[in-house]
Design a protein around this ligand. Sequence first.
Ligand code: KPL
Length: 294
Amino acid sequence: MAEPIALVGGGAIGQLMAGLMAQQGIEVVIIGRPGCDCGVREHRLTTLEGDTFRHRVRHLTPEAMPPCRALLITTKAYQVQEAVTPLLPRLSSQTPIVLLHNGLGPQQALARRFPEHNWWAGTLTDGGLRQGQDAVTHTGLGQRFAGPLLRQDALPDALAAIGFELDARIELRLWHKLAVNALINPLTALHRCPNGELTRAEFLPTLTRLSEELAEVAASQGVSMEADEVLALGLKVARATAKNRSSMLTDVDAGRQTEIEAISGFVVALADKAGIEAPTHRDNLDRVKALQSR
Ligand code: KPL
């Protein structure tokens, strides 16, 4: 029998990945925190067509992770390093480790620290809504891309089976996703509004400054993104997801830690390193951190 896919992070995207793979007959095991409740649980995926797909998933502690054909990480950006590091000794250096979180920073940090492992990063634009502990609704069909960070490698078959495409320049795609998140997420959290509100004229000056600063920081890293391209992308996604509450707004409302450090914090840290001013991203960083600590 083929080895299973191991998945860490049981939020909406993690459960969506598990459900889509189970539909393709691929076994997924979910790795919880040390000491978590283990056992086989029934999960439910409500498909785009409104059908209910039920599948059984083994939940295991990190120490019980079996040999797997790939490890998928769908935790929040700030949880990735702590979640993945203890699992590394249980993985072969060939096993793809696929990081699917928002923001940038942890991907490069992990790949630099453990270059013997087969690091991948990916991004997807599907919508998923978690409905209870083991249930998720697929709310929007998106595009799914993944690419290796250190090696040339073929797309893991389990990712291909659920519609991921190989992107050999995944870092550029991650920069585009970072740009979208850096324009939309902090402002929606600070103004407590759905994404579509940001297309109103009053937000244009701030979005323009965020785009200009981001393009300058990207250029300092050898990443070519024009400010007007960044702005157009941010506005396009804000329009396309107009009714969505961003993940950062949802986190703030739930009193959870946000991914601000891997989004605005990443931009500000690179700006500081390159001696560039990024005052609008810094302002977002400070204000969202202040919201979190209330
Ligand atoms: O990725 C997102 C998020 O909320 O984190 C966007 C694209 C902004 C959709 O809400």
